[in-house]
Design a protein around this ligand. Structure first.
Ligand SMILES: Nc1nc2c(ncn2[C@@H]2O[C@H](COP(=O)(O)OP(=O)(O)OP(=O)(O)O)[C@@H](O)[C@H]2O)c(=O)[nH]1
Ligand SMILES: [Mg+2]
Length: 450
């Protein structure tokens, strides 16, 4: 248990009510000081109190006391629901510090909850992601982690490996060889089973990540093909300037769109051609190429009413070099039904679209969210955090080494060594053996007051 009592504003900007949180052994005594009366605070009951600043009234607020260990942090906790004036919030925090509290560091409430066994590391990180989630899919993903489903799965994997390890170890100690030995076949079958369950989870990472951060889509093409029109049509409002002239868009224009609860980040780019008119267009084209490199998906916009120019064919080759998911957008389908094919275009999906009539836009949206559809485990569990991915991958590598590199009948001890390694990584994932400095770094990425 920590000795210090920490305080922080737990609510965000705006709104009429602000929440200040106080956690630690002195929480209740500090509260009693502020209400200037010997009153009793029944745990988990909101009480309407007058908060004093010396002899003057600072605010009339709703106060809740949570008795240790039945609180978010597992410590004594007091929460103040105040009128959200910047003065009241700031002054209350000052008073709390004068009475012995210290300002909480980022994520310190969560870190204390973790250290007091209120949640494991996966759940704590789920909580952090939940607060940051800006759309339904990211929210569902974070919830899976917060409500312990992910921890449950990792614990099952841990359990499987621990049971196997115990079976091996007990035989290693059995010097009189009274027990039936484990066959190599049995050990391998068990390891293969755990490994495939582990892989099912690691395989969800790339899509999990996209769901959390959003699918980055770059709209690329030669000038005047209708890129900005496509951005506007997908968004449903006029975000970028559209004009007849070539080279209208000079800078990249980024906008976030939600399609069926999924986050998609669209970037309209300056048309790329051989010769820029001026340095600004040159810089715009450089930025177009950057956007293309950062994107997960590229929409190559073509004006189907025109035969592709040499410049356009060269750009298509450049886009292909990116080795990304590419959709060919045959734009301006209202103007022409002729199809001018691009080299090797059968390797990609091509869609007839008209930004003018709206034709093909729904199909395009379906394709985009389809990019986020695969790679879920059967029960919808996914991982999206790089640290989780790396720990799982390391555990997986241990099992793979045991299965692929060891000769048949390698002997229990050597299997045991790999299983112990894999178990270490799984324990690190849940935070059971994670060193303090690493924990400090993880929690410092949380938001203030959490
Ligand atoms: N008929 C028709 N015209 C379109 C369509 N999409 C775009 N246009 C027209 O094509 C011209 C160029 O459109 P933009 O969206 O500005 O093209 P862009 O690719 O962004 O051009 P730059 O920014 O210069 O690279 C405008 O006159 C648009 O109205 C379409 O689907 N049908
Ligand atoms: Mg444009």
């Amino acid at each position: 248990m920590e000795n210090s009592t920490i305080c922080a504003l737990a609510s965000g900007m705006g709104g009429a009510v602000a929440l200040v949180r106080l956690s630690g052994p002195q929480a209740l005594s500090i509260l009693k000081h502020l209400v200037c009366a010997e009153r009793e605070f029944e745990p988990r009951k909101q009480i309407f109190c007058t908060i004093y600043d010396g002899k003057t009234i600072l605010d009339k607020a709703l106060v809740t006391y949570f008795q240790a260990p039945h609180s978010f942090t597992g410590e004594e906790v007091v929460e103040f629901a105040l009128h959200a004036s910047p003065y009241i919030k700031g002054r209350l925090l000052e008073l709390l510090c004068q009475l012995g509290a210290v300002p909480a560091k980022r994520g310190e409430f969560s870190q204390r909850a973790f250290l007091n066994g209120k949640m494991d590391l996966l759940e704590a990180q789920g909580l952090c992601d939940l607060i940051a989630a800006g759309n339904k899919s990211a929210h569902d993903l974070a919830m899976g982690s917060l409500d312990g489903k992910l921890s449950e799965r990792v614990n099952e994997l841990k359990q499987q490996l621990s049971t196997l390890l115990a079976q091996i170890e007990v035989r290693l100690d059995d010097v009189d060889e009274e027990m039936t030995p484990l066959t190599d076949e049995f050990i391998r079958a068990e390891l293969t089973n755990t490994l495939s369950r582990m892989r099912a989870l690691t395989d969800t990472f790339s899509v999990g990540r996209l769901i959390k951060d959003g699918l980055k889509v770059a709209i690329v093409g030669v000038p005047n093909s209708g890129k900005s029109s496509l951005l506007n049509a997908l968004l449903g409002f006029d975000r970028a300037i559209v004009a007849d002239a070539c080279g209208t868009t000079r800078d990249t224009v980024e906008e976030t769109l939600e399609i069926d609860g999924q986050k998609v980040i669209l970037t309209d780019t300056a048309g790329i051609r051989d010769h820029a008119l001026d340095p600004a267009e040159q810089e715009g084209m450089r930025r177009s190429r950057c956007a293309m490199e950062k994107a997960n998906v590229i929409l190559f916009v073509q004006d189907t009413s025109r035969k592709p120019s040499a410049e356009e064919l060269a750009l298509f080759e450049e886009v292909k070099q990116q080795k990304k998911r590419i959709y060919i957008i045959r734009n301006k389908s209202d103007k022409s039904t002729s199809i001018h094919k691009l080299p090797e275009e059968e390797l990609f999906t091509a869609l007839a679209v008209s930004c003018k009539t709206g034709e093909g836009l729904d199909s395009l949206k379906k394709c985009l969210i389809g990019e986020l559809d695969h790679a879920q485990t059967a029960d919808g569990l996914m991982i999206s955090n790089l640290r989780h991915y790396e720990s799982l991958l390391r555990a997986q590598t241990e099992l793979e080494s045991a299965l692929l590199q060891l000769p048949e009948d390698a002997g229990g001890e050597i299997y045991a060594e790999h299983i112990r390694g894999a178990l270490m990584y799984l324990k690190d994932l849940i935070g059971e053996v994670t060193p303090d400095d690493i924990l400090g770094i993880i929690f410092s990425q949380f938001c203030m007051g959490k």
